[in-house]
Design a binder for this molecule. Structure first.
Ligand SMILES: NC(=O)c1ccc[n+]([C@@H]2O[C@H](COP(=O)([O-])OP(=O)(O)OC[C@H]3O[C@@H](n4cnc5c(N)ncnc54)[C@H](O)[C@@H]3O)[C@@H](O)[C@H]2O)c1
Length: 445
């Protein structure tokens, strides 16, 4: 089938590539000319494990363009994968989707299915339908078309695998014709297991928000328990094992840390809270989830500031930062807890030595020239002459380090572990002062 993907970012490019892998002919459209130029040279503008190889493998079925007319003409289906960022008031900004809908309405001249893959406020699909109808009316055209909601559940870092083998494919449709075409599109993904869940459009849109809200709630829940653990002398790592073993709870998403980030959870939780309010109800639990997360992003920096307040003050202390992206295996810096952390420590006059295995280039674009920021070539370089290390992102390469040489190049061997990656007793044995999250520590004693 000929498919057009509108918006060639993390979701659009991965989806397009996986469709091409299944044999579809896919045209990727983007308004970003630089991105399309790169992709036409098979340079991949984002880091996602396995993506580059798969794009190259499918280059005969993948096309990249900025030309809407060309992209829409031959395709039976158009997937909308454009951004839906937060507005100032927390609501979901659907203007990118609406712009695309207008363009589609002004260009189509035969039956199409318009599929909304972006995470969009509940009700957006119907708005898109009306926008297309208005555009057709302007052109005095009566054309048949369908709008479908098909939210995306891939996770950055494992996006290709998630997309090729999704847990489920949620489809919100209004009629059998669109449902049948959606089944055909996803046929290659559902051969072994029927992963399609077909429902009404509004429930499909809401399913995506509910999934992200549930996951974010688990994270904030664990962070809240972690903060209590520190006060009562319990260890959150033990609590995680103790409750995760309950089959009703399970182990996933039970890690305490420095809060969730990325381009989805923060904006989607805010958007759902805003939508609830707009509809005359209150999402009290989710507002709290969001508040807990905002505070949690500050916990590690506050620990460091408190620790050094009793040890000569934080000003001019050198802090090595390991990891910048919001999670491992991605270069995505959107809403990364590292941003809050760096801002807080710079404000207090600390000197920062930054390293991330993949996100350095994206991170550099976010900070102005600053004499207190030094970009380092690896984790050892970052640790050189430092008063403490702060682990912000749990990249695998940081897991099994030899800490003996690292200890020697540091000024003082202190490790603030924002992701509870190391064992407190092991680190103590190696001569480090260790401060994790939700683990009794010596800062306040
Ligand atoms: N990133 C994720 O992990 C993830 C997962 C599930 C769902 N989502 C949702 O998918 C949507 C896209 O997210 P993303 O992370 O891929 O965003 P992104 O910013 O990486 O990519 C969006 C792309 O759309 C392009 N674009 C903007 N306006 C356009 C227009 N009018 N026409 C054509 N292209 C246009 C941008 O240039 C950009 O390349 C969002 O709604 C997001 O919430 C994201």
């Amino acid at each position: 089938m000929e498919i057009t993907i509108i918006g060639t970012g993390y979701v659009g490019l991965v989806t397009a590539t996986c469709f091409a892998e299944m044999g579809h002919i896919v045209t990727c459209l983007d308004v970003d000319e630089e991105k399309i130029k790169m992709l036409n040279a098979f340079n991949i503008p984002i880091y996602e494990p396995g993506l580059e190889e798969l794009v190259k493998k499918n280059k005969n079925r993948l096309f990249f363009t900025t030309d809407y007319k060309k992209a829409i003409k031959n395709a039976l289906v158009c997937f909308i994968c454009v951004p839906t960022p937060s507005r100032e008031d927390g609501s979901c900004n659907t203007s990118y989707i609406e712009d695309v809908a207008k363009t589609i309405g002004s260009l189509i001249d035969d039956y199409k299915i318009v599929i909304i893959k972006s995470t969009a406020e509940v009700g957006t699909s119907y708005r898109v339908k009306n926008i297309i109808l208005e555009e057709l009316k302007k052109r005095d055209l009566k054309l048949d078309f369908d709008v479908v909601s098909n939210p995306e559940f891939l996770k950055e870092g494992t996006a290709v695998a998630d997309c090729l083998k999704p847990d489920r494919i949620v489809i919100g449709t209004e009629n059998e014709r669109a449902t049948e075409i959606m089944k055909e599109i996803y046929h290659g993904f559902t051969l072994k297991h029927d992963r399609l869940i077909v429902m009404d459009i509004l429930s499909s849109e809401m399913t995506k928000y509910a999934a992200n809200a549930m996951l974010a709630t688990r994270i904030s829940f664990m962070n809240e328990i972690a903060n209590i653990c520190e006060k009562v002398g319990a260890n959150i790592n033990n609590i995680r094992k103790g409750i995760g073993s309950d089959s009703r709870i399970g182990y996933s998403f039970l890690y305490a840390g420095i809060g969730y980030g990325g381009s989805c959870f923060p904006k989607d939780i805010k958007a759902l809270c805003h939508l609830a309010k707009k509809k005359g109800t209150k999402a009290s639990l989710l507002e709290t989830v969001d508040d807990i997360n905002t505070n949690q992003k500050k916990v590690l920096a506050n620990n460091i500031i408190r620790f050094f307040s009793k040890n000569g003050g934080i000003k001019d202390k050198v802090i090595a930062i390991w990891g910048l992206s919001f999670k491992p295996d991605t270069d995505d810096m959107r809403e990364a807890p590292a941003l809050t952390f760096i801002e807080m420590l710079l404000e207090k006059g600390a000197k920062l030595r930054l390293f991330d295995p993949i996100a350095m280039e994206k991170a550099k674009k976010l900070f102005k020239e600053n004499k207190n920021i030094i970009w380092c070539k690896d984790e050892n370089h970052a640790a050189e002459g430092s008063d403490a290390i702060a682990l912000l992102t749990e990249w695998k390469q940081f897991r099994l380090l030899n800490f003996n040489p690292i200890k020697k190049i540091m000024k003082t061997p202190i490790l603030f572990d924002g992701r509870n990656q190391y064992h407190p007793i092991d680190m103590k044995k190696r001569g480090f002062k260790y401060i994790g999250i939700g683990i009794p520590n010596e800062i306040d004693n």
